[in-house]
Every structure is written in structure tokens, then in C-alpha cells.
Design a protein around this ligand. Structure first.
Ligand code: NAD
Length: 245
């Protein structure tokens, strides 16, 4: 019960990595505000409630600043406080830069990077007042190493790292921690349409010789959200099976 009675907000919680983090946090005693673009987070919250956990779902496009502030206020009313924010929502629009449209660029930056600003703004004042809070932001190994066909995605994920390190420096003296997880190749809906050949090429580059599972990322998120990491801030932790980036 590493998160007993802590209130955690998780974006992109309907499936994949976000869902695994929600389940892991629930099992560790957290009360959950789950967000997704679809009604998936509302459905997951219902399933968790049925199992005896405390969770509420919210439908929100995290790239919309005003909506994010409104839902943030609603969450603070519903739960009275917030201790942990996991910025996990993300999308890809992969294509070579020569073919990348302005819309491909803007959409990925808005959903992956601006959303982190939007959600952080919604909860930072409460955390500063309490002099306690934890941010866990989900980037990618691609944000550190770059990747052909993902200039927009890599830029958004690199931006998350700079943003998080800045939050860590600006609010460390208020007992607020901010860290990044950089997953490698994880089996989720986001990667399910990759051709088998590409998957095999990835696996050959991974010393542990398997794709990651959402639970592999969730375990590190639990560590970073809990007091187990009380002296860890401003860091990027790769969860990539040892893959070179
Ligand atoms: P996924 O596609 O399975 O899930 C994405 C989640 O984000 C969904 O719940 C979706 O509703 C939500 N979402 C997308 N746009 C949203 C919006 N505008 N507003 C609110 N919610 C929105 O993806 P996943 O593989 O679970 O990825 C989760 C995070 O991990 C992403 O940030 C992704 O970039 C990152 N990541 C994934 C991998 C991987 O290999 N799967 C690797 C590195 C990083």
C-alpha cells in the first residue's frame, strides 16, 4: 500500500500504459481521478469501483487549456485535494519530415506537450499551498535519442523532459518532485499496428529480448509516485529493456 489514501490523477487512463498505472495505483491504496479523451476512463473507474477501489472517470481533451482547468477544478471539488499527477496521454502521427504536415506537427505537440503544461497548471497551485506533490510525466526514449519518422513525436517528448526538469528546479523547495519515465518499445494499442518485421528489429535491439509490458512502466510510475523515491527529482528513468537510444 505505497500510495495509501493519496489522490492521483492519471491522464490517458483508458487503456495501455495509463490503465496499467491506474490499476497498480489502485492496488496500492490510491484514490483515482482517471482522464481520457473517450469515455474509456469513466468505464475503467466503474470497473475499479466494482472491485472496491475508489475511482472517478472524466472525459477530457487534455490539449484544451480551458477544459483542462475546468476538469481540474471539478477533480479538486470531488476529491478535495490532489497529491500525484501522471501525465501519460499521448499520440503519434508518424511520417518522414518531408511528408509531415503542419497539422501533424501541431496536433502531436498539443496533445503530448501542451497537455502537460495544461494539467500541471490545473494542480500546481494546490500542491504549492500544501507544500507537497508529485509529478510523473511519460516521455519516451525517442525524446532522448530522436527517431526517423517521428520528428514531431520526438520533439514533444524531448519538450516534456525540459519542462519536467524545470518544474523540479522551480518547486523542489516546496517539497514538490517531478520526474520523467522514458519507455522504450511497449506492447499497447499505440504499437500494435507496427509491421512484424519492425517489431522483430526492435526486439533484436533490446538486451532483454522482449517488448515491454504496460505493467513494467506502471511499476516505475509507482516507485516515482511513492515515498520510495522521496529524494529523486528532475530525473529521467528509461524503461526500455536496456535498448540503446
Ligand atoms: P495508447 O494509445 O494505448 O493510449 C493513449 C491514451 O491517451 C488513451 O487513454 C487515450 O484516450 C489518451 N489520449 C490520447 N489523446 C488524448 C487527448 N487529447 N486527451 C485525453 N486523453 C488522450 O498509448 P500507450 O502506448 O499506452 O501510451 C501512453 C503514453 O506512453 C503516451 O504518452 C506514449 O507516447 C508513451 N509511450 C508509449 C510507448 C509505447 O511503446 N507504447 C513508448 C514510449 C512512450
Amino acid at each position: 500500500m505505497l500510495l495509501k489514501d493519496k489522490v492521483a490523477v492519471i491522464t490517458g487512463a483508458s487503456r495501455g500504459i495509463g490503465k496499467a498505472i491506474a490499476e497498480k495505483f489502485a492496488q496500492n491504496g490510491a484514490k483515482l481521478a482517471l482522464i481520457s479523451r473517450s469515455d474509456g476512463a469513466i468505464k475503467l473507474a466503474q470497473q475499479l469501483n466494482d472491485k472496491g477501489f475508489t475511482a472517478k472517470g472524466y472525459q477530457l481533451d487534455v490539449s484544451d487549456y480551458q477544459q483542462a482547468q475546468q476538469v481540474g477544478q471539478q477533480i479538486l471539488q470531488d476529491f478535495e485535494t490532489v497529491d500525484i499527477l501522471v501525465n501519460n496521454a499521448g499520440i503519434t502521427r508518424d511520417t518522414l519530415l518531408l511528408r509531415m504536415t503542419e497539422e501533424d506537427w501541431d496536433k502531436v505537440i498539443l496533445v503530448n506537450l501542451k497537455s502537460v503544461f495544461n494539467m500541471t497548471k490545473a494542480f500546481l497551485p494546490t500542491m504549492v499551498r500544501k507544500r507537497q506533490g508529485v509529478f510523473v510525466n511519460i516521455s519516451s526514449v525517442v525524446g532522448r535519442g530522436g527517431n526517423a519518422g517521428q520528428a514531431n513525436y520526438a520533439a514533444s517528448k524531448a519538450g516534456i523532459i525540459g519542462f519536467t526538469k524545470s518544474v523540479a528546479k522551480e518547486y523542489g523547495n516546496r517539497n514538490i518532485r517531478a520526474n520523467v519515465i522514458a519507455p522504450g518499445f511497449i506492447e499497447t494499442d499505440m504499437t500494435k499496428d507496427l509491421p512484424e518485421k519492425v517489431v522483430q528489429e526492435y526486439v533484436q535491439r533490446i538486451p532483454l529480448r522482449r517488448p515491454g509490458k504496460p505493467e513494467d512502466v506502471a511499476s516505475v510510475a509507482l516507485f516515482l509516485a511513492s515515498d520510495m523515491s522521496s529524494y529523486v527529482t528532475g530525473q529521467v528513468i528509461n524503461v526500455c529493456g536496456g535498448m540503446d537510444i
